[in-house]
Design a protein around this ligand. Structure first.
Ligand code: KG4
Ligand code: ZN
Length: 358
């Protein structure tokens, strides 16, 4: 069994996995309520919340798994990428546990974790993902396309040059008064608008055509916002959030006129179109036999509807919601192949904010 620890952003998480890999216990403490009022993650507050949560979260994962430290084979921890102050909390704790209980320490790249969440779930359903596969990892911090080759070797095919996909959702939601995180709200409201109403276009990429750029889309929404005088409705939505905390779709609809729903629908359609198109090109380039979609944006209903096996020309794998956002089960899952080949980290392991996977 492996204990996994994840603290790269705003979730403190610990999980125990058995060989397979199979999730025995998984605990996630979200800091959403701490950061929501600031419209995004505040790094200093994140570090402090991780410090508060790390001991009880790990204790609960161990207790629910019903194993003692003597029953573990290793401790796995996220090495990066992420907020360095946040990463440090999980890493220091993992090192201390490994040292105290004489267990090997395994370093895991956060993005590799997101990919392994999907590999693990497919395997549990009796499906082995054929390699080479293409992985689209899209979250609040990343929008990357990788080729996943035999032995879980990775090749970077493309990445965002500016905003991540989830970040674009979050910024648009913040601008329009829908609070944080923006992805889930826009995703749930998009079906109420006309996706063809606002014609958003993307600039052609110079250089690597598999790279993404979402800042143009975000700016287009800002221009639209400025030209329409939406201040009153935005104020009404902010007031609604203040009053009820996390409004329901019905509540949002009472303060969101049809034109704004059209804007959201058009934004979502453009973002999804861009993700699907580049993923399709990546499959062609890498000779991909499967598409793995992971990261917080993988929960997007529009993306799930568009990236079908028929559209992509190969099997497509999405994680269940619990494993699409940050968690520690994916970190432990990614550690099993490393345990098998003795790829251990030393006590000099360091947290790396900008760690690359390939
Ligand atoms: O993977 P994750 O939990 O944390 C990061 O590593 O960033 O992803 C969170 C991001 C946020 O930007 C959030 O707005 C976005 O994923 N997100 C979504 C959806 N659910 C979460 N974006 C679009 N549609 C969704 N349904
Ligand atoms: Zn993540």
């Amino acid at each position: 069994m492996i204990l996994g620890i994840e603290s790269s952003c705003d979730e403190t998480a610990a999980a125990v996995l058995a060989e397979g890999p199979r999730v025995v216990s998984s605990v996630v403490a979200s800091q959403l309520d701490t950061h929501a009022k600031y419209g995004g993650v505040v790094p200093e507050l994140a570090s402090r919340e991780h410090l508060r949560a790390i001991v009880p979260v790990v204790a609960e994962a161990m207790e629910r798994a019903g194993v003692g430290y003597a029953g573990l084979s290793a401790v796995a921890v996220t090495e990066g990428p992420g907020l360095v102050g946040s990463l440090l909390v999980g890493m220091t704790f993992a090192k201390a546990l490994a040292m105290a209980h004489r267990l090997p320490l395994i370093a895991v790249n956060h993005l590799e974790g997101h990919i392994h969440a999907v590999v693990m779930e497919a395997r549990l359903e009796g499906r082995e993902i054929e390699l080479p596969a293409v992985a689209l990892v899209a979250s609040g911090g990343h929008t990357h396309l990788f080729a996943v080759r035999e032995g879980y070797r990775y090749e970077l095919l493309g990445r965002t040059r500016d905003d991540a996909a989830g970040e674009a959702y979050d910024k648009v939601a913040k601008l329009l008064g829908f609070g944080y995180p923006g992805g889930p709200v826009i995703d749930r409201l998009a079906p109420y608008g006309d996706a063809g109403a606002v014609p958003f276009t993307f600039a052609r990429m110079k250089g690597n055509t598999l790279d993404f750029s979402f800042s143009g889309l975000k700016t287009a929404v800002l221009r639209w916002f400025e030209s329409r005088g939406m201040e009153a409705e935005v104020a009404a939505r902010r007031e609604l959030s203040r009053r009820v905390g996390r409004p329901s779709v019905e509540e949002w609809l009472t303060v969101t006129p049809p034109e704004t729903l059209d804007l959201l629908a058009s934004f979502q359609a453009a973002a999804v179109r861009e993700l699907v198109r580049r993923a399709g090109e990546a499959i062609e380039t890498a000779g991909g036999r499967a598409l793995i979609v992971s990261g917080g944006v993988a929960s997007n209903a529009g993306l799930r509807a568009a990236a079908t096996e028929r559209a992509m020309g190969c099997p497509v794998y999405f994680p269940t919601p619990a494993l699409s956002t940050d968690n520690a089960a994916m970190i432990a899952a990614a550690a099993f192949p490393k345990l098998a080949c003795g790829a251990y980290a030393g006590m000099d392991l360091r947290a790396k904010a900008g760690l690359a996977l390939a």
